[in-house]
Design a protein around this ligand. Structure first.
Ligand code: TYD
Ligand code: MG
Length: 470
């Protein structure tokens, strides 16, 4: 298509994903959002393109390129530094997404305080709160605020003007949805504004070699408004997540141009800010009472970090209507799959049972390695039989009731040993991997039915005796 130059053109842009269309559409063909197209005027420049090589920016042969170093600077918040891949790379633009009220501003203000303490000035631009509101929060967090310059402003050119004047070591923009550029059409928060503001900030950060954090609210569907449009512009994307009823917050990296995305940081929201949780397994198991009916401990991996969590299940006969399944912290479809496998392959009739499964502490665990843990918790509740004392359970469950190996078994088992667990119910180890631990007994099973026979104690009160197919 030939571009129209020097003219204003009206196009329609999806406010969710940034898809452009020549005509209005009721539903976005790209992200399936309803009613998300908004008319936007774009002006195409009249300047004729000139394709001349410039002197300054000539291509270099890769082998001749000198290795650049990324001297990272540490924020001083160990959990956050870890998620960033060992600190913040100067000139990088980091997007922190999260639902409103989850604690983004709190985290950013705390990080600012740590940086400012090391005599590095911070510019904190708040488009949502007044200077006094930020001050109130700072007082609540018990910080003096020396070296932090607060600017309550939403006009981006004014913000950038002040940044030139302040020349800070770190910039915080809270939030990107409130910033706007006058010469761009659309209200603050619209996809065009968000995208152009982010590009402008990126340009500024790279030019001045100063890092910037930008906070971005996510929509109900869990995406930063204009997700596709923002995530590929910035260098690092972090999400702050947590259940509303839980005080734990997980900071997760979903994109990192300078490090792995395998890291998570765990915080607890307290009355004076976010507190780093350095020994999460212990915290999540603090209310765990050993060998309780329907309760099983699973060693999961959050990023590359082992974490023991407790899975609880409750089965009760459905009083009327079709039986219900409720999954808190695990995938609902996974629960359906595991219930079906238990019914069909382990002889546990769940078709007339309501099943509730809960991950304690408000964590979400999505990896298949917790399948056997969920199955064991359900079976334990159904049979009213306790799991063996000091037991952890891991393994993926297949549709035929077979158990599949999970990744990084050693890490998980080591964490279980560290927290004093004495046995681990798990799939049969492949022949080339032989693990031998003095402190923990590895109970290996090849099917769910066998695992349940080995892992649940038969003493207790048994309403229906444990039986399986094989
Ligand atoms: P906030 O950082 O404003 O969230 P966001 O910027 O993501 O919208 O966090 C607000 C919530 O955090 C609010 O519900 C109160 C709670 N909170 C605490 O529990 N303790 C604290 O010390 C602070 C500052 C906030
Ligand atoms: Mg906020």
């Amino acid at each position: 298509m030939k571009p129209i130059r020097g003219k204003s053109k009206s196009i329609f842009v999806c406010q969710q994903c940034g898809k452009e269309s020549a005509k209005w559409l009721g539903r976005c063909p790209n992200c399936q959002a309803w009613n998300s197209f908004v008319e936007t005027t774009v002006t195409l420049s009249r300047a004729s393109p000139h394709w001349l090589p410039t002197r300054e920016n000539r291509p270099q042969e890769l082998s001749q390129v000198e290795k650049g170093s990324f001297p990272r600077f540490h924020l001083g918040l160990a959990e956050m530094d870890r998620v960033l891949g060992g600190g913040l790379v100067p000139g990088s633009l980091v997007l922190i997404g999260g639902e409103p009220g989850i604690g983004k501003s709190t985290l950013l203000l705390q990080a600012s305080a740590m940086v400012a303490e090391n005599n590095k000035p911070v510019a904190y631009v708040s488009g949502e709160e007044s200077i006094n509101q930020v001050k109130l929060r700072a007082e609540r967090l018990g910080m003096g605020g020396k070296g932090i310059f607060i600017l309550s402003e939403t006009n981006l050119p004014t913000v950038l003007g002040w940044l030139e004047e302040l020349s800070p070591s770190l910039v915080v923009i809270d939030s990107i949805q409130t910033m706007y550029l006058e010469n761009i059409s659309g209200t603050p928060g619209s996809i065009t504004q968000i995208r152009e503001c982010t590009l402008e900030l990126m340009h500024w950060a790279k030019q001045n070699n100063v890092s910037a954090f930008i906070a971005g609210h996510v929509t109900k569907e869990g995406a930063i408004a204009g997700p596709g449009a923002l995530e590929h512009i910035v260098d690092v994307v972090l999400y702050l997540e947590g259940e509303p009823f839980s005080s734990y917050r997980v900071l997760r990296s979903v994109k990192n141009r300078f490090g792995s995305t395998n890291e998570v940081g765990i915080f607890e929201m307290s009355h004076n800010g976010l507190v780093e949780v350095s020994n999460p397994s212990q915290v999540f198991l603090s209310k765990y009472s050993d060998a309780a009916i329907g309760s099983v401990v699973v060693p999961t991996l959050e990023g590359s970090r082992p974490l023991l969590v407790e899975i609880q299940a409750l089965t009760t006969p459905a009083s009327f209507g079709p039986p219900r399944r409720i999954a808190n912290g695990i995938d609902f479809n996974r629960l359906l799959l595991i219930s079906a496998v238990l019914t069909k392959r382990a002889g546990i009739r769940l078709s007339n049972q309501d099943i509730i499964v809960n991950v304690t502490g408000g964590l979400k665990v999505n990896e298949p390695a917790v399948d056997l843990g969920i199955a064991s918790a359900i079976a334990s509740s159904f049979h009213d039989s306790k799991p063996l004392p000091k037991l952890v359970v891991l393994g993926e469950v297949g549709l035929n009731g077979e158990l599949r190996a999970v990744s990084q078994i050693e890490r998980r088992v080591t964490e279980a040993i560290r927290l004093g667990f004495k046995s681990c119910l798990m799939p049969k180890l492949p022949s080339q991997l032989s693990l031998d631990y003095a402190d923990i007994q590895l109970i290996q099973a090849s099917s769910v039915a066998e695992a349940l026979r080995l892992g649940l104690s038969r003493r207790g009160h048994s309403a229906s005796p444990l039986k399986g197919e094989d």
